[in-house]
Design a protein around this ligand. Sequence first.
Ligand SMILES: Nc1ncnc2c1ncn2[C@@H]1O[C@H](COP(=O)(O)OP(=O)(O)O)[C@@H](O)[C@H]1O
Ligand SMILES: [Mg+2]
Length: 393
Amino acid sequence: MSTNTENVNKLLNLIINPNTGKTLKEEGRILEVKADQNELLFKYKRDGISPDQKRMIESAINQAVSEFYSPEKITVLTTSENSSDVFSGKTFSPADAKKPASSQQAAQIKTGHGPAGAHKKRVAGAKKVIAVSSNKGGVGKSTVAVNLAFALKNLGKKVGLLDADIYGPSVPMLLNKRDAKPGATPEKKILPIEAYGIPFISFGLFINEKDPVIWRGPMLGGVLNQFLFDVAWADLDYLIIDLPPGTGDMQLSMVQATEIDGVIVVSTPQDVAILDSRKGLNMFNQVKIPVLGMVENMSYFVPDDMPHKKYFIFGEGGVKKAAKELEVDLLAEIPLEMALREGSDTGHPYMNEKKHEGRPVWNAYMSLAKNVDGAINGSPDGEQKGFFKRLFS
Ligand SMILES: Nc1ncnc2c1ncn2[C@@H]1O[C@H](COP(=O)(O)OP(=O)(O)O)[C@@H](O)[C@H]1O
Ligand SMILES: [Mg+2]
């Protein structure tokens, strides 16, 4: 056996059934693996695996062996009691229409999505759930999720945080709790960690930072349900979810499974591509999650010694313009401030430090919190804004 085949087999033996968290190998589901120089064929028993989970397995396989095979060289076959079908790693193209029925079905599986909002579940212990999303990494999504949580807390709300960003779970660092180990209740629910009065849970507390990202996908399938629904949240007014950036299958699976009351999309003036934003908004529309609006992060810089001067380092009004074009509200423009980054780096969230009160960043976050709370619970003055106005008109 060549080393390649050996390695490929090793990798495939680690693919997990998202339904049970066990490997397909452990469950005796693997029927056939043909790994030759050019092509990979993988056949497994699919019984009890939903279309969503099947898609997660397919993308896990694609990622796992990406070093050896490009997607179009991978064929995944499944059998089940009632039917059999096939998936090949390539995406749908009109030419596929000419191929036999089995491979047509495959292409649709890869490109199509499950029914919107079919089996959404509410997160127990949280009155309202808000997701924070972005099209790209590095725009400040986690910074916004954490500081929005504290801003809502400053309004007197009870808030929890769920860091579901498997690619870069940074909430433990932002809250100075990297080494915390969550316990369990007698009913086997996960106990959140408490930081500065905010209970939180993060993938970062469960994964080894050195684990390659490809294993997190398959792992996620197994723990996702537990993570979303088996955490012992207590009486939260708001649960804030820090989603993974982008709008791929992973994100879709998450938002599809969960009853989310509203989502906010974070961009920087420089990193706001209309096309990507529209794709994101479409995803949320598809699964019937209200988009509360966009947040522009790193809007401008105010020098300490010139508090009335604004420097638009990444250009002026980029996200405002995009929001207008996409017909969603602009919820806040958050300036750049060194203390915000320093607070993040040292695990002392900006919005938990009263010394910042009245500064431009502080004010922007408080107005974001009020806008979010107003959009979710109805503005105190009874005026319906944005999404709700459109919904009711
Ligand atoms: N308004 C801001 N002012 C200064 N630094 C910021 C601001 N927003 C984010 N940052 C910094 O930018 C970096 C990326 O932010 P982060 O929240 O981790 O992004 P994401 O979660 O989108 O990947 C971090 O170092 C963070 O401290
Ligand atoms: Mg992040």
